[in-house]
Design a protein around this ligand. Structure first.
Ligand code: PXP
Length: 248
């Protein structure tokens, strides 16, 4: 982090999947995720996140190839821990890979990874990512035992699922779970990220958790961009996060 940045600045990564969702509605060329990434970066995003789903419902393989070449900040590839995806990650070497659970019938990633299931597959996947210098992260429920299990599997980072908080309209117990998990993650040496369902209206309490280094936000930004444009939607989020970090 450059010395001029405030010490507690939190990174904002914009998930551009839903730019591709709009494009896929017509199976055409626009809007372009590549162009969206450029606009987000110019508006202050610290990274670009994209999820290549097994069913290719939004982001396509060509988008990931494209983004790996043009993203100037950080490319965070979300993917399932499958052989196909691991080979792709090893070939393209995005800066970061976040392993997520994937079910074809889900509307979006609905839960965190079950780190007690398929332990060998996750351990092997993380080892392969770490071996080529990719920052590996596991998308998990905000739960202390799951955070500890993630470290044991070899993850360098965890992304805490903020869905229970955001869908619970700021439920205090869900926020407490995020705080406790973030504190434990940082204590044992994991980088702590968070995301899912965050908006300008609800991001404050999560952005204020000091151990959370990075937020991944997608749907609300692309939705808001319909009315104010993508750059302004990113700036609004950045401002809400910074205000929360300052305790404003
Ligand atoms: N983090 C992960 C792991 C996700 O799967 C998603 C959704 O694609 C997000 C963050 C962003 O969630 P949202 O689109 O609700 O902001």
């Amino acid at each position: 982090m450059p010395a001029t940045e405030p010490r507690r600045r939190q990174r904002l990564y914009i998930n551009i999947d839903h730019v591709a969702t709009i494009r896929q509605a017509r199976r055409g060329l626009e809007p372009s995720p590549r162009e969206a990434a450029r606009v987000c970066e110019l508006a202050g995003a610290d990274g670009i996140t994209a999820h290549l789903r097994e069913d290719r419902r939004h982001i396509q393989d060509a988008d990931i190839h494209d983004l790996a070449g043009v993203v100037r900040t950080v490319l965070n590839l979300e993917m399932a821990c499958t052989e196909e995806m691991l080979l792709l990650a090893e070939r393209l070497q995005p800066h970061q890979v976040t392993l997520v659970p994937e079910r074809r019938e889900e509307v979006t990633t609905e839960g965190g990874l079950d780190v007690t299931h398929d332990v060998e597959r996750l351990r092997d996947g993380l080892a392969r990512l770490n071996a080529v210098g990719i920052r590996s992260s596991l998308f998990i429920a905000p739960d202390v035992a799951t955070v500890e299990a993630s470290l044991a599997l070899g993850a360098l980072a965890v992304e805490l699922h903020t869905g229970p908080y955001s869908h619970g309209r700021g439920d205090p117990a869900a926020l407490r779970a995020l705080r406790d998990s973030a504190a434990r993650g940082a204590e044992i040496g994991l980088a702590v990220h968070a995301g899912h369902g965050l908006t300008v209206a609800n991001v404050g309490p999560v952005a204020a958790i000091p151990e959370i280094e990075e937020l991944n936000i997608g749907h609300s930004v692309v939705s808001r961009s319909v009315f104010v444009g993508l750059a302004e939607a990113v700036r609004e989020l950045r401002a809400a996060m910074d205000a929360a970090r300052r305790g404003a």
